[in-house]
Ligand binder design. Structure first.
Ligand code: ACM
Ligand code: ZN
Length: 624
């Protein structure tokens, strides 16, 4: 395309093709939505000659500008020079000489005029977030032509300080570069916490120099594929070829990479439950002291809980947590604490002796004793404890922060007693749940759990909390039992993590599902350009069989978003737009039909995926 034509194309892209150079605010498709957008007249023309201007002698700002320049180059093909000299027609990064109290540590103002673009903030983090907003104003198309950036004045800052995503690297291992890519992607949507679930029954993923067997043994298991939970146990003599771990050098590299993007890494070492990789490495650490293999995902009667009566376990945990503390600058360490099965503790003489000696009434108090001991180890290493809401059982450790996952009740209880809380209720925040019609998505965790993006967008971190000022924020969690590779990890994360990002950053009053959807769709070409895998499940309606009058069975579709036309067939043929169209009322099932096929269209073009479902499967779902 000639240059002039490309320029016209971009102008049309921004101005909605209306031939009217007044920017429609909705065309600024930003996620998360900024606090305040004032649309101005005009455009800034960004060309390859535009300079990026940073203050003299401030390396941190230069680093932010460099990341911006690199990203701009990959989005638009424009490689801009960074300068500290006087410039006109520049993109300027500057810190406020007097702090603007509205902006806090992470807020920014972004001003685009005909003459220049200026991002200012109190702290470098704010400049980084302003840069992410600006990048979302650049069309994701590589071009040599100038790019029109809409004139606008944005003032923006986050609603919550804790905006997290968790990645489980135990159930499946993800490489150092994959973890970096995950962090990079989340930082584009202003997430600032990466919760790294580093240990579980399926693998120990962090090198601990004082306990080398944790990775020599605990990081490896037999290879299995298919449906987690239905795997065959290891065959006689079978080798543990599947797994991996991060060396301490890898960890330092990833921590630095995250810091450059203003992401804090919260490491999780899950104890006393979920500890089979630890126990496989050091069999004396469980109550039964039996040798178990690291679990690939087969059913097992293994004792996966550390023995709370064994003093040597606390010595080992001192080694683990002191090394972890030295690797991660974050003031928190997450110690798990979830789903610790007390059955083995009940039968264990050492655990029972501990309970007697410490005057503990039951195994819940023994769990509390365990967590409090770990909390002391953390404190000795200058760190604070976070745990899943089970750490409330038997009494919460002083100063512990609770991550509420079994709904919000645990979080509310903790906040009432003056403990900080991070909300991550599974109904809205569990990214391992399937996100669309089950006939396509099939395998989420345990085949039980569904969470469409629309549901995620309903997440309200302070809902049901009497003491909301103790809520630090919230988090999406990606457990990876059914996430065997990195492409799948991306697919499960995006676009639902956009919904959570908006909840955690943007003002509550501005939340609107119908208005959010087009802004999400505007991210899809960005994901395509960056080769990020993402789900298009919003286009695929749910299908259900319902009973109407006279016990007659009919079919209903429930679309997730507005504006779709659903065409269907019962004769096992692909429904084009001349087939019957769903009219928002239950449809009759023709005699003899065994399957329904359906697909969504928008503006006459297929946009969804073909859904093919057996009617007996639909009927079987009715009882559930
Ligand atoms: C959890 O999902 N077990 C925290
Ligand atoms: Zn025990």
């Amino acid at each position: 395309m000639p240059r002039l034509l490309i320029l016209i194309f971009f102008l049309c892209y921004w101005f909605g093709g209306k031939g009217n150079p007044t920017l429609q605010q909705s065309k600024l498709s930003l996620v998360p939505q900024p606090v305040e957008i004032k649309v101005q007249n005009g455009i800034f023309l960004l060309s390859g000659k535009t300079m990026i201007s940073v203050p003299v002698g401030n390396n941190e700002i230069r680093e932010v500008a460099k990341l911006f320049a690199d990203e701009l180059a990959s989005v638009s093909g424009k490689k801009l020079e960074i300068t500290s000299g006087e410039t006109k027609q520049a993109i300027e990064f500057k810190l406020n000489t007097q702090a603007n109290p509205v902006l806090g540590d992470e807020g920014y103002t972004l001003s685009v005029s005909k003459r220049n673009i200026s991002i200012s903030a109190n702290k470098p983090a704010g400049l980084f977030y302003g840069a992410q907003t600006l990048l979302q104003m650049v069309p994701p198309v590589s071009t040599t032509a100038p790019i029109a950036i809409a004139a606008v004045q944005i003032t923006d800052y986050p609603r919550f300080a804790w905006r997290g995503l968790m990645l489980d690297v135990s159930r499946h291992f993800f490489t150092k570069n994959e973890v970096k890519r995950y962090i990079d992607q989340m930082s584009k949507y202003k997430y600032n916490i990466f919760h790294w679930h580093l240990t579980d029954n399926q693998g120990w993923r962090i090198e601990i120099k004082g306990l080398p067997r944790l990775t020599e043994v605990g990081a490896w298991r037999v290879p299995r594929t298919g449906s987690f939970g239905a795997f065959a146990p290891p065959a006689e003599g079978e080798e543990n070829t599947d797994g991996g771990f991060y060396t301490q050098d890898d960890i330092r590299e990833i921590v630095k990479y995250a810091q450059d993007r203003f992401v804090t890494i919260v490491p999780e070492i899950d104890v006393p439950g979920h500890s089979l990789a630890f126990i496989a490495s050091y069999p004396e650490s469980s109550c039964t002291q039996r040798q178990y293999p690291v679990n690939a995902g087969f059913g097992t009667d293994a004792d996966v809980v550390l023995c709370a009566g064994n003093e040597d376990n606390f010595k080992k945990l001192e080694i683990v947590f002191s090394e972890v503390a030295s690797l991660f600058p974050c003031k928190y360490i997450h110690i798990g604490g979830d789903e610790a099965d007390k059955a083995f503790w009940k039968k264990c003489p050492q655990c029972q002796e501990r309970m007697k000696a410490e005057n503990l009434k039951n195994e819940e108090e023994l769990q509390s004793y365990f967590i409090k001991r770990v909390s002391k180890i953390l404190a000795a290493n200058g760190k604070k404890l976070i745990g899943w809401d089970e750490i409330l059982e038997g009494g919460l450790a002083d100063d512990a922060t609770v991550m509420s996952w079994r709904g919000t009740e645990g979080g509310n209880t903790a906040a009432k007693t003056g403990h900080h809380v991070i909300m991550t209720p599974n109904q809205y925040c569990y990214l391992d749940h399937t996100q669309g019609e089950n006939v396509i998505e099939r395998y989420g965790i345990l085949f039980c759990c569904f969470m469409r993006m629309r549901e995620a967008y309903k997440f309200e971190p302070t809902e049901g909390v009497d003491n909301p000022s103790y809520v630090l924020g919230g988090q999406g969690n990606l457990w990876t039992e059914m996430v065997p590779n990195y492409r799948r990890a991306e697919y499960m994360t995006w676009p639902r993590a956009l919904a959570l990002a908006e909840t955690l950053w943007s003002p509550k009053a501005d939340r609107s599902w119908d208005e959010f959807v087009p802004r999400v769709e505007a991210q899809f070409p960005r994901f395509d350009q960056a080769e990020v895998n993402y789900a298009t499940s919003i286009y695929d309606p749910d299908i259900a069989m319902v009973k109407v009058e006279n016990d007659e069975l009919k079919i209903v579709f429930t679309p997730e978003i507005k504006g779709l036309d659903i065409y269907y067939s019962f004769d096992c043929t692909f429904p084009d737009k001349f087939y019957p169209k769903y009219q928002d009322k239950p449809i009759d099932i023709p005699k003899g039909a065994s399957e329904i096929w359906a697909i969504s269209y928008r503006n006459g073009k297929p946009i969804g995926r073909l859904l093919v479902i057996r009617l007996d499967e639909l009927k079987a779902r009715m009882g559930k």
